[in-house]
Design a protein around this ligand. Structure first.
Ligand SMILES: [Zn+2]
Length: 490
């Protein structure tokens, strides 16, 4: 190992990073350090730095040093020198939150009256005709605005599941990637798809589905164009047939095989509510977990959204297979789908992250709010001692990183991990009296927005405002125009 400048105070080593990644990380870290004497950025003086490292270290009077887009060191006491310093007095510093399920375009149909009293299938069928108007402009603007909203809630990495690709609509995934790059949010878009229309027994209308082979070709092209395998990558692509009730079984099988060949991840909706279970039994003659297994999806390459309905034995099968779960608590509540068995899934070995889900089913896209909601629902289902604020923070950081296949790289403040941080102010009337435990205070009090959000060592939110505030104003004006057009309003 090359000479690395010793950090000041209680600096951490590489203990939070799985062995298979350590050599690469060490080399990157060393080469980044030998070129100058100071760090790029130091966030210092925090009331608490919650590292989420393998020992779950928490530092009072903590600091985080950043070099070359990666965490250089974490410690307590006097901070090292840096080219840029952010004072985090009275703040909690956490890893940036990781959003594992979303449909960003759905912020164009927020709180639309045609769907607000519907369960899942009615909600979908009322909205499909509106979404048929999607084009590259509306996808670009809705992605930008949606990622901006997430960044304001401390989210530094988001996935997206865009499964509506109207014929002739253009390169929608490319429009999404451009928006994320412009804003500076780490992005995991999925190439979504639908191939089973109403005439074939599926849910979506005929004009919103594509042929299986067209979808597979487009999926392979999306990976070739946008998927970055490098450590610290800003863009990675996964393959994501929308749901068992909107694609053919052949596409499920072929997509799993393609993901294996391309070495990318798999995502879909899964066991979301009782209708979903009934559809599976009626159409495939088996329950959703059986279907996942027979189509080749029961692997650690897969993370599924919702997973509300599995029985106890099915939870154990999912855990044994290493299938990840994007828990979407507000969406499951607003569609009255049910309460996902999150604590049981984790106990069975399934990685669980948090997803805000699309803005037409959860409407608010705040990762802080979903993290709190996950804590409250798990207390209700599994008991007050099971789901603490630290438990929920693990879901929103480490759990999300596992779902996206980036354990040790995202969701942790440890040397060599990406420098994605959220800084949360714990001041004001909402936190008065919350003196003893800054992490419980963060999630029990509030409501909270991030004071600062930092991605790859670059602040994109400062003092509660988007750094790209001027662009936000322009984007919001464009979004209003495009949303009105889609909702057929004046
Ligand atoms: Zn969804």
């Amino acid at each position: 190992m090359l000479a690395v400048r010793p950090a000041v105070g209680g600096a951490e080593g590489l203990r939070g990073i799985p062995c298979r990644e350590r050599r690469d990380t060490t080399e990157r870290r060393a080469s980044a350090v030998i070129d100058s004497g100071v760090s790029d950025l130091v966030v210092r003086g925090a009331r608490c730095v919650a590292t989420l490292d393998d020992q779950r270290r928490e530092f009072a009077d903590g600091w985080v040093a950043v070099r070359g887009g990666l965490i250089e060191a974490v410690g307590t006491g006097p901070a090292p020198a840096a080219q840029m310093t952010i004072d985090a007095t009275d703040c909690l510093v956490t890893p940036g939150l990781v959003n594992t399920h979303h449909h960003l375009y759905q912020n164009l149909t927020r709180a639309w009256p045609g769907m607000t009293d519907q369960p899942l299938f009615g909600w979908l069928t009322s909205l499909y005709p509106l979404w048929a108007a999607l084009d590259t402009e509306s996808v670009h603007v809705s992605t930008w605005v949606g990622l901006a909203e997430l960044a304001l809630s401390g989210c530094t990495t988001s996935t997206d599941h865009l499964y509506v690709h109207p014929r002739g609509a253009g390169d929608l995934l490319g429009a999404q990637v451009a928006a994320a790059r412009d804003l500076g949010v780490r992005f995991h878009p999925t190439r979504g798809s639908m191939s089973l229309s109403q005439k074939d027994g599926g849910l979506p209308p005929d004009d919103l589905v594509a042929d299986d082979d067209e979808i597979l070709t487009a999926s392979e092209e999306a990976v070739a164009r946008h998927h970055d395998r490098a450590w610290g990558a800003m863009t990675r692509v996964a393959l994501a047939p929308c749901s068992p009730f909107s694609v053919t079984e052949r596409l499920m099988v072929a997509t799993a095989e393609l993901a294996e060949r391309l070495d990318v991840r798999l995502h879909t909706h899964f066991a979301e509510n009782a209708e979903d279970d009934a559809f599976s039994l009626a159409t495939f003659g088996c329950r959703p977990v059986d279907y996942l297994e027979r189509t080749g999806w029961a692997t650690p390459r897969t993370w599924v959204a919702h997973c509300v309905m599995p029985t106890d034995p099915e939870v154990r099968r999912l855990g044994a297979a290493g299938v990840g779960v994007a828990h979407c608590p507000s969406s499951n509540l607003i569609l009255a789908s049910g309460i996902a068995p999150v604590a049981d899934l984790r106990a069975a070995g399934a990685p669980v992250g948090i997803g805000v889900d699309g803005s037409s089913s959860a409407d608010s896209a705040s990762m802080w709010l979903e993290t709190r909601q996950a804590m409250l629902l798990a207390k209700l289902r599994s008991g007050p001692g099971v789901a603490t604020a630290r438990w929920a923070l693990e879901l929103a950081t480490l759990g999300g990183a596992c779902c996206l296949g980036r354990e040790g790289e995202l969701g942790v403040l440890a040397p060599g991990a990406v420098a994605d941080l959220a800084v949360w102010s714990l001041t004001g009337p909402g936190y008065a009296g919350a003196l003893a435990d800054p992490i419980e205070a963060w999630l029990r009090c509030g409501p909270a927005a991030a004071r600062d959000t930092i991605v790859g060592g670059i602040p994109i939110v400062r003092e509660g405002h988007l750094v790209a505030a001027t662009t936000l104003d322009e984007m919001l004006r464009a979004h209003r125009r495009l949303a009105a057009r889609m909702q057929r309003l004046p």
